[in-house]
Design a binder for this molecule. Structure first.
Ligand code: 6CS
Ligand code: FE
Length: 316
């Protein structure tokens, strides 16, 4: 475990009350070096809510090839047997595929699309690299949900991520509607850190990625934060983009509809926030869950003009 000062203790033996966030939300305000496409309204909204929603960020026809490639991957038996593919605890169908940017050049290029990378560098106030990428898949009628959690709580406790200086970009590969298990967020919840009770077992990720039972905040804190900020579930067509702060509480319900829900996630971490030893776990997690080797700053990649989506202002 890390011997560095732990500002965000979790996975404790006994309850500990919530801790005010000790990191900026937008990390380099008014620094010319990190100016980007987000205007003051968007930056203030991100600081207040912990996320930004861009409906129709990429047009559907642009996204189609990504979804087709995902379906082709599902036919690759060798890949499907690898540890970076997580199956659904109930149906056995694919639940997550980790390391997508290492499996596919198309997905890798997307991590460096200027429209996304420009916003991410502006929010994190630094060069960035990919901490983790994944597809979370929910097949029709069977895709299981995800319990309420803060990604940062896991990445701090189990991957040794020191500070809250990461942001997830989630690109909808299918329509997200009120019936097929869209991501739900508690606006404003990123402003507190909720220590969780329950020590991290060895090889925890083998169970947690199927159903997270360790690192789930207590219901009193969830209720209080939801009472204060409400619960929002951004919905929109394939190609829509959600940027959400690493510590915002989120969850999703199971997919009871006939329509699939596939969302792509890229987690951008600041190059000034690279992983330490785990703060509350007996061992490191695999590279495809928390990058330690490939941490070079991402370069912008703009040679695929077909991605002509124009970043649209967040919904008012
Ligand atoms: O453990 C993790 O890194 C993963 N777990 C969840 C529920 N969300 C973030 C991440 O994919
Ligand atoms: Fe998550």
């Amino acid at each position: 475990m890390s011997d560095h000062l732990d500002l965000y203790p979790s996975r404790l033996k006994a309850y500990r009350k919530p801790i005010p966030r000790q990191d900026p939300i937008v990390h380099a305000r008014n620094q010319k070096r990190w100016e980007g496409p987000l205007d003051e309204v968007a930056l203030s909204r991100y600081e207040r809510d912990g996320y930004l929603w861009f409906e129709g960020f990429f047009s559907k026809d642009i996204i189609e090839p990504f979804f087709e490639e995902l379906k082709a991957m599902a036919k690759d038996d060798e890949l499907m047997r690898s540890d970076q593919v997580i199956t659904d605890p109930n149906s056995g169908a694919i639940r997550s595929v980790f390391g997508m940017h290492h499996l596919s050049e198309r997905f890798d290029k997307l991590t460096r699309d200027p429209r996304i990378l420009g916003m991410v560098r502006q929010l994190l106030g630094s060069e960035v690299y990919i901490h983790q990428s994944r597809i979370n898949d929910k097949y029709g009628f069977e895709g299981s949900g995800f319990d309420w959690h803060s990604d940062f709580e896991t990445w701090h406790a189990e991957d040794g991520m020191p500070r809250m200086r990461a942001v997830s970009a989630s690109l909808m590969l299918t329509d997200n509607n009120e019936f097929n298990g869209p991501l739900m967020l508690i606006p404003g919840s990123h402003r507190e850190f909720i220590p969780c009770v329950g020590e991290t077992p060895e090889y925890n990720w083998k169970a947690s990625l199927k159903a997270q039972k360790i690192g789930v905040p207590d219901q009193e804190a969830l209720a209080r934060l939801a009472e204060h900020g409400g619960i929002e579930a951004p919905k929109g067509p394939a190609g829509s983009l959600l940027l959400f702060e690493c510590n915002v509480l989120h969850a999703s319900n199971e997919n009871m509809s006939p329509w699939p829900r596939s969302n792509l996630f890229f987690v951008y971490n600041s190059v000034d926030n690279t992983l330490d030893e785990p703060y509350a776990a007996p061992m490191r997690r695999p590279e495809y869950l928390g990058a330690r080797e490939t941490v070079e700053p991402l370069s912008m990649h703009d040679d695929f003009p077909e991605l002509t989506g124009q970043g649209v202002k967040p919904l008012q």
